[in-house]
Write a protein that binds this ligand. Structure first.
Ligand code: NAI
Ligand code: MG
Length: 508
């Protein structure tokens, strides 16, 4: 454990106390202000700070370090020292124990993490609480896996002994987006630590706090100094030098396609391996034989959870014609009743994460409107009572005009559902595969055969049958084509942080 943690005392208020404090002051005391490097709160070398906003109020609530290449370099040096030192020496069982203690501490401090995540990202408190539960599961899962990475024995005959080792890949960069700040951080950090890697994480500049809190918690759980460092700041000032750093052996990047391409180019210069988790435009198919009540709930969650800011959102609803009118009428009725507001209030849909994201979403819908798309629900920026300053977009349903309509080809990353109507399953498969993305696909049907035919023929990293977002940390996750490559979660996620070494001995 680190001897002194100079910065804030991360008090763990009860949920009620924390909510009362946010309502009274607009913020929470004890939020981190500095980077977390080598087990210490470390002020930015340049002294620069920037603000993070509460999207529900559209106002800043706390400042954090606006890091640059010098901070990144310090963090990479600290990670390197941990990897070649104390963390590299820890046995797999000891690594598992540290992760298990992180899970326990997170369970004890879950309310505080959820409150900060709600405030910083805008997501509803109940969603943030669900995210924290998922993060605890991720640490439990990889705690159990740390000492179960078994290699292979190689069949070379009696005169040779051949086997493989899964070695940790080294120092890993984690570049994290703002839509699931803690979850995305954890799904990279937990397996990387389980594998024995050291980490430099760079959270999004819109949502820096929970990754910092996680790193501080890891130190209290007994993680050696430097094994997990967090440098905050913008993509240009802190992200770019991190992914271009020659001391980085692996990059996990989650974010947009254009930034992912830049990260891949930077990685190429050092031949750094990487996992890219980019966007999606995932189809959710409802066939005429489906249980429409269940499908309706599935569609609502698939596109309006987290205000649609989910890489794997079901953002294209593909309806079989015989049920299309009835299903849409029921969907519109439900959507019109969704309550919007601050994530701390009892609402159905929270704000989007930033003023910029709100503008982007609005531009997509304005363009569709100008092109003559039918808008069945929502369609614009709104100012809900009690949260007038926040960044809200009305839950929206837009009819697509064809396969090359931008409303179906472009990721919007907001609460905007595009509707495509098809004649049968084969047309649904064709429509599902007709974008550059291939992250997730969902289908609701009573037919096992149809579900399996869809699952085999759709291009996607994961297929959900009769429950969108089914599964958890056990299920490998990642995309094909422009949605990226490599897998996180599950045992495959652990192997993403390993490199295979083959060892062969000639016996005499
Ligand atoms: P972005 O891809 O630019 O940002 C994601 C992360 O990358 C942030 O931590 C950012 O600071 C960092 N970053 C930015 N430029 C970098 C660089 N040159 N080198 C290294 N790191 C860099 O995404 P942005 O601008 O926040 O959102 C734009 C769009 O991206 C959204 O509208 C959405 O469509 C998509 N997106 C997809 C996500 C997903 O889960 N796949 C998550 C966030 C955004
Ligand atoms: Mg924020």
């Amino acid at each position: 454990m680190s001897a002194s943690l100079a910065n804030p005392t991360l008090a763990a208020p009860t949920l009620a106390e924390g909510m009362a404090e946010i309502r009274a002051t607009g913020t929470l005391t004890g939020l981190p202000r500095d980077h977390f490097i080598a087990g210490r709160w470390t002020p930015p070398a340049s002294g620069a700070r920037m603000d993070s906003a509460d999207p529900g109020r559209g106002a800043p609530f706390a400042a954090f370090a606006n890091g640059d290449a010098e901070d990144v370099d310090r963090a990479v040096t600290a990670a390197r020292a941990a990897f070649t030192g104390a963390w590299g020496d820890a046995s797999p069982a000891e690594r598992g124990r540290v992760l298990q203690r992180m899970a326990s501490l997170l369970r004890a401090e879950a309310d505080r993490f959820a409150l900060v995540e709600c405030l910083d990202s805008g997501k509803r408190l109940s969603e943030a609480q669900g995210d924290v539960r998922g993060v605890i599961r991720a640490f439990e899962y990889y705690a159990g896996a740390a000492d179960k990475l078994e290699g292979a024995s190689l069949p070379l005959g009696r005169n040779y002994l051949g086997f493989t080792l899964d070695e940790p890949v080294g120092v890993c960069a984690q570049v994290i987006p703002w839509n699931y700040p803690l979850s995305t951080a954890a799904r990279g950090i937990a397996p990387a630590l389980a594998a024995g890697c050291a980490i430099v994480a760079k959270p999004a500049e819109q949502t820096p706090f929970t990754a910092l809190m996680l790193a501080e918690l890891a130190t209290r759980a007994g993680l050696p100094d430097g094994a997990l460092n967090v440098v905050t700041g913008t993509g240009a000032r802190a992200g770019a030098p991190l992914v271009a750093h020659p001391g980085i052996h692996h990059i996990t990047f989650t974010g947009s396609v254009p930034t992912g391409i830049r990260v891949m180019q930077a990685a190429a210069e050092n031949v750094t391996r990487l996992v890219l988790e980019l966007g999606g435009k995932s189809p959710l198919v409802v066939l005429a034989d489906a249980d429409l009540d269940i499908a309706l709930e599935g569609v609502l969650e698939a596109i309006y959870e987290n205000a649609g800011q989910i890489c794997s959102a079901g953002s294209r609803l593909v309806l079989e014609r015989p049920i299309a009118d009835e299903f849409l009428a029921r969907l519109v009725a439900r959507v019109e009743k969704l309550r919007l507001g601050h994530g701390l209030d009892a609402v159905d849909v929270g704000p989007v994460n930033s003023a910029l994201q709100l503008e982007r979403i609005d531009a997509h819908v304005r363009r569709a409107e100008a092109a003559g798309n039918g808008i069945l629900a929502g369609g614009g920026i709104v100012h809900p009572a009690g949260a007038e300053g926040g960044w809200f977009f009305a839950p929206t349903i837009v009819l697509a005009r064809g396969l090359d309509d931008p409303i179906v080809t472009e990721e919007i990353f907001g609460p905007v559902l595009a509707v495509q109507i098809v004649g049968d399953l084969d047309e649904a498969i064709h429509v599902a595969n007709a974008t550059e993305f291939a992250l997730v696909a969902g289908i609701y049907t009573a037919s096992f055969d149809k579900a399996q035919r869809f699952a085999r023929r759709v291009d996607a990293g994961q297929v959900y049958i009769n429950e969108y977002f089914a599964g958890g940390i056990e299920v490998p996750f990642g995309g094909n084509r422009k949605s990226g490559f490599g897998r996180e979660k599950g045992m495959e996620g652990l192997r993403s942080y390993c490199r295979t070494k083959s060892i062969v001995a000639r016996l005499r």
